[in-house]
Design a protein around this ligand. Sequence first.
Ligand SMILES: CC[C@H](C(=O)O)C(=O)SCCNC(=O)CCNC(=O)[C@H](O)C(C)(C)COP(=O)(O)OP(=O)(O)OC[C@H]1O[C@@H](n2cnc3c(N)ncnc32)[C@H](O)[C@@H]1OP(=O)(O)O
Length: 311
Amino acid sequence: MVLCAVRRHLLKSSSSSSSCGAWARLLQRGCVYSSVHCLDQGEIREKLQAFPGGSVDLLKQESGIAVLTINYPSRMNAFSGSMMVDLEERVSQLESWIDCKGLIVQGASGTFCSGSDLSAVRAISNPQDGMKMCMFMQNALTRLLRLPLISVALVEGRALGGGAELTTACDFRLMASGSVIQFVHKHMGLVPGWGGAARLVRIVGSQNALKLLGGALKVDPELGLQIGLADGVLEVPRAEEGVGTLLQRAENWLSHYTNGAAPVVQAVKKVVLSGRELPLSEALRTEKDVFGTVWGGPANLQALASKSKHR
Ligand SMILES: CC[C@H](C(=O)O)C(=O)SCCNC(=O)CCNC(=O)[C@H](O)C(C)(C)COP(=O)(O)OP(=O)(O)OC[C@H]1O[C@@H](n2cnc3c(N)ncnc32)[C@H](O)[C@@H]1OP(=O)(O)O
């Protein structure tokens, strides 16, 4: 299994200190598939690069909040093969960003993402290559969801197919007025392949997941809030309002959960992630390990000093 630099470091450090041990084990799980599943990351990366177009752009800000933009407007931000490789690289960059606190995933030019680039899909429509693409994207999106930061999919316009799946690989979803999330896979004679079904069940429950997938239902902001797929709705600001862009509104929403020291925000995500993904005993051990990284840390000592009058 190819481990990114960060995961190698954590696994190495976990042998010397237990503080990263359980967390490193969880990160090691980041890659769902490896060579034992007949996935040669290098081989599939090369195959995907043969389908160029568009980009996945990453902006890391001083605030600790990064912006990931799916950028292929001429194709409604469909994922070309090279963009899938871009995505994996951006996730690796975020895994190495020690000051990270938050991430907003958005699409370029007023729409989110219309799934796989259908021209690429037609070219890799044999089951073997299709499953390799799925394993590659499941690895990348699982690592995205497991980043030690709080992530939001900012859905404007349409999130279709793989684009809908991408929204489920974020901790939260903010829907702009008029936007739609639609798992159109059934219309393609498919089911989700990038992990979207497994994550959707955990977000909205199996009954609602069955309706969204079985009916390829269009989820508008109202329905999104109703079933818990959307965590908020943002009105698309008119330029003359001068009240900032949709992205600025999303950053403001996210800042309620990312203010404070980066190590503490990262620790919050780690303990919630382990509580969600690990068996109870292992989750408790991870919580203890993560607690140990912030107990007596700069933010904790500063908070104690500020409460010094409460002796
Ligand atoms: C596991 C993931 C899963 C898989 O890989 O199996 C998938 O994601 S499969 C793809 C699922 N997505 C779709 O089926 C969406 C297809 N696109 C549309 O339904 C429409 O384009 C829509 C609703 C997004 C926008 O419709 P609108 O009428 O506003 O615009 P156009 O249809 O004219 O689109 C503009 C332009 O973009 C091209 N386009 C749009 N989506 C894709 C795509 N997924 N792949 C490739 N190209 C796409 C469309 O062909 C137009 O290009 P043009 O050269 O102007 O004809």
